[in-house]
Write a new protein. Structure first.
Length: 483
């Protein structure tokens, strides 16, 4: 790997001279900046046996800390194996006056080239580069990665320790870790999901598309399904300050059950206060409380819980009375369900009118944006490509982008069902427009060829659009335009 090391102003760079010396192993210490922490002991023993027989073929690299004091960077395993082999000295290239940033870049470059780092060690190394002043974009350019790939690796460091250890031990992949990192604010949930993934063999795509086994997660008290039984308006959950709201294929869920219970308690307390005040007012006005079990089905509405209080429902209405529910708790009842329905429908119409107005305002904004487009930008290419990709099978997409050398896009395309969002858009935005369009068109054609020629029931001919693009005769040759 050929790298152009990035230096910060005022700091020394790498010494280009190869000043090789035999240095006592006892005068060398490991670098605290070295991201490589896990070195297999069996590997060290094999390396030590080779060193006993052939010596150290490739010198290690050290930087001087002081008189007869050195810090090993690239070549840490060779230094450790030399100690195990019982040798007193090791050949080393000495780097003089090298700053921390360049030193760390050098270690990362060698370890990445040798593929000796696990994903977490890579992430830790990139994090240290950030501490030394580098931006994600600079790191990506330096190590020939995409910026989203660097960001995803760094997200692994937000995972609980036991989940990081599972990745380190190979029980879970880095892709699993990236999927789990979307729940990083809820470490107990992350740990449980990681355990489920390891035991059940779930893929990273399984974790991305949905919460697995929601029943088990709810029984464990890690999530709460929203909807029936909530005493507060769950629409407010979409703006959750804890970012605990998730809407998946099985319904709406809260990932912070403790906060859900706080909202329930607050709503119930407010309800009871309203009921008590209502009962007191009814007593003053001579209204008599009723029991729900004494009323006919459909003869009442719960204003304080299930049915809600629609706009326009007056507190002084003579059909509004205190009552005792089947739960033996005090409630506020409406004894005129027809009126309640009329008010509720009117409230719904009013809300719909507001939404329509908001929609119309947004449409006007859209028209303004579209009218302001004078040339196609990356954003428009990404949107058009997204619309095509979400309707395509993953296999031809992955094959097309892999062939074109876009591994990040190939991995993204392999995630079905398609998961749109800012991370996906940013990955696509990082690819040239030409490559993006070529990949999408190739995937479209790959899928049509597979369907038409390689499947058992294929018709053995391309559809008209593909035939037109490829310049071949389509099924409707000689039949006119068909318009």
């Amino acid at each position: 790997m050929t790298l152009k090391l990035v230096k910060t102003d005022g700091q020394g760079g790498a010494d280009s001279a190869r000043n090789i010396m035999e240095i006592p192993v006892a005068h060398i210490v490991p670098s605290p900046l070295n991201p490589r922490q896990d070195i297999d002991e069996e590997y060290l023993e094999r390396l030590a046996a080779s060193i006993r027989q052939h010596g150290v073929i490739e010198p290690i690299i050290v930087r001087r800390l002081g008189q007869d004091a050195y810090e090993v960077g690239p070549g840490k395993s060779r230094w450790l194996a030399t100690k195990i082999a019982g040798r007193e000295t090791v050949p080393a290239v000495i780097k003089e006056n090298i700053d921390d940033l360049t030193w760390l870049q050098l270690m990362l470059a060698e370890n990445l080239e040798r593929k000796e780092l696990n994903p977490l060690e890579e992430a830790q190394g990139f994090k240290e580069l950030q501490k030394l002043g580098m931006k994600q974009g600079q790191i990506a350019e330096l190590f020939h990665r995409s910026q989203p790939a660097i960001a995803n690796l760094l997200r692994l460091l937000t995972l609980p320790d036991e989940v990081q250890e599972a990745i380190r031990q190979g029980q879970l992949t880095a892709a699993h870790g990236v999927a789990l990192a979307s729940y990083a604010k809820f470490p107990e949930l992350v740990s449980k999901l990681a355990e489920m993934a390891a035991k059940k063999g779930l893929t990273s795509h399984d974790l991305e598309k949905d919460l697995p086994d929601t029943w088990a997660l709810e029984q464990a008290g890690l999530i709460k399904r929203l909807g029936y039984g909530a005493l507060f308006d769950i629409e407010a959950c979409e703006q959750c300050p804890h970012q605990a709201y998730r809407h998946i294929s099985y319904g709406q869920y809260c990932l912070y059950p403790a906060h859900y219970e706080e909202l329930q308690e607050a709503a119930d307390k407010a309800r009871q206060e309203r009921v008590v005040a209502e009962a007191a007012r009814a007593k003053e006005e001579g209204k008599v409380g009723v029991r729900v079990k004494d009323l006919a089905a459909g003869a009442y509405k719960h204003l304080d819980s299930y049915d809600g209080t629609p706009a326009g429902c007056r507190e002084d209405c003579d059909k509004r009375v205190p009552g005792i529910g089947y739960d033996e708790q005090q409630h506020i009842l409406c004894l005129d369900p027809a009126c309640h329905q009329r008010l509720a429908e009117a409230e719904t119409r009013a809300k719909n009118k507001v939404r329509r107005t908001q929609g119309q305002d947004l449409l006007r904004k859209v028209e303004k944006v579209i009218d302001g487009i004078t040339e196609i930008s990356d954003s428009e290419y990404v949107l058009l490509a997204t619309e095509v990709i979400k309707h395509r099978a993953s296999k031809p997409l992955k094959a097309a982008f892999t062939r074109l050398g876009c591994q990040d896009l190939a991995e993204l395309a392999d995630r079905k069902p398609w998961q749109p969002g800012r991370p996906a858009y940013e990955v696509m935005r990082g690819v040239s427009r030409l490559t993006l369009v070529k990949g999408v068109i190739e995937a479209m054609l790959r899928q049509e060829i597979n369907d038409s020629y390689q499947e058992q029931h294929g018709r053995g001919a391309l559809p008209p659009w593909a035939a037109w693009y490829m310049g071949e005769a389509g099924d409707d040759e000689g039949e006119g335009d068909g318009n």
